[in-house]
Design a binder for this molecule. Structure first.
Ligand SMILES: C[S@@+](CC[C@H](N)C(=O)[O-])C[C@H]1O[C@@H](n2cnc3c(N)ncnc32)[C@H](O)[C@@H]1O
Length: 352
């Protein structure tokens, strides 16, 4: 909770501190002061304890006087300090690049400062559900026969599952199983693959609790030699998780171009591998919980330039926004549900 507020208010804290420090303040002191601001405004820790602990840390960093002076000044002015909704500039640039509508942009900025609502999905249709006969609010505990999933995550799979004519499907980045479980509940026989034992353990806990059977195998998808070909492949690729910024606000300040390029390289390798094992007329659905251009539009662009034997398909959902070669969840469609994580999805058919 405190860590989330630290990152949620990262830019607010930069602005507040700019009134008390100068450009020469060392970075480690800046971090210490931001932690103190987070504790002062978002915790019950007594003020004297926050200042004392920080001054002790300041002593270790040989900046005891600076820390003491700045904090005492801040505490004196505590009632006058106002938190605004300031977005970390690099993160704002990415939102603005992808979403041209001002109402979507403003809504996205505002959702960073609101703790998101949690949802759970029923394995079977239920007329009492809040959305699409499947989605329930997650309050104190998970309802029997439900699993936890973001509403946008549900929307993506629900909108694309009809492309998969063959119900034998491989989910090649499957753990902890949210999408596999939903597809299973929609009548698919899912073969799930993941290379992380830790994530697979969570997957197994989820299906055991739901009392359903899904075949889960641990291996590295990129290294595995396949003897079979498939008609239905789901690739929910590893990514920066930028689209989950409401629950993981740290991603907003950790966007790093070289890391993004690394993700892109792996995402392209995974699509290429999938195209190799996809039958003619088969469907590959590429998903990432990100809206960074490197992981979304650019990935599909590079794939389309290289492979002339594939087509992209139109998705029939009024909850998504179409871009050049894929769709983003439209967060405004889920305003009444407190917003949604942002996913990118592209539906690829192998035509030759
Ligand atoms: C976005 S998560 C998948 C989430 C999952 N589809 C769900 O809905 O719950 C990406 C997954 O890809 C897995 N992964 C990353 N590299 C992989 C590889 N080379 N082979 C197989 N799985 C991989 C990660 O362990 C991670 O669990």
């Amino acid at each position: 909770m405190i860590i989330q507020e630290y990152y949620r208010n990262y830019e607010n804290h930069n602005q507040i501190l700019s009134n008390y420090i100068n450009d020469k303040t060392p970075n480690n002191i800046l971090i210490l002061l931001k932690i103190c601001l987070t504790l002062l405004f978002f915790s019950d820790k007594p003020v004297f304890a926050i200042v004392n602990d920080a001054v002790k840390e300041g002593k270790i960093l040989a900046k005891e006087k600076l820390v003491n002076g700045v904090l005492r000044n801040i505490v004196r002015n505590q009632n006058k300090i106002q938190y605004k909704k300031i977005i970390y500039p690099n993160f704002k640039k990415i939102i603005d690049k992808i979403f041209s509508s001002n109402s979507i942009r403003d809504y996205l900025y505002s959702t960073l400062f609101v703790i998101p609502k949690n949802y759970q999905i029923s394995l079977i249709d239920n007329e009492d559900a809040l959305y699409n006969k499947r989605v329930f609010a997650l309050e104190k505990k998970i309802i029997k026969g439900c699993f936890v999933q973001d509403i946008g995550n549900f929307e993506v799979i629900y909108s694309v599952h009809k492309f998969f004519k063959d119900k034998n499907l491989i989910d090649v980045c499957a753990a902890p199983g949210g999408k596999s479980i939903l597809l299973h509940s929609l009548g698919f026989k899912v073969n799930a693959i993941d290379n992380s034992q830790k994530q697979i353990n969570k997957f197994k806990e989820n299906i055991d609790r739901l009392d359903i059977k899904i075949n889960v195998q641990k291996f590295n998808y990129l290294e595995k030699k396949f003897t079979n070909k498939y008609n239905s492949i789901l690739l929910d690729a590893p990514c920066s998780a930028l689209g989950t910024f409401r629950r993981n606000p740290d991603v907003t300040v950790k966007v790093d171009q070289s890391q993004m390029k690394k993700h892109q390289k792996k995402q392209i390798q995974m699509i290429e591998k999938s195209l190799k094992i996809l039958n003619k007329k088969g469907f590959l659905v590429y998903i990432v919980c990100s809206f960074h251009p490197f992981e979304t539009i650019e990935v599909i662009d590079k794939i389309m330039q290289k492979h002339k034997n594939i087509n992209l398909h139109k998705i029939n959902s009024d909850k998504m926004i179409k871009r050049e070669n894929g769709y983003f969840i439209n967060p405004l469609s889920f305003k009444e549900f407190g917003g949604s994580d942002i996913f990118f999805v592209s539906v690829i058919e192998k035509i030759k």
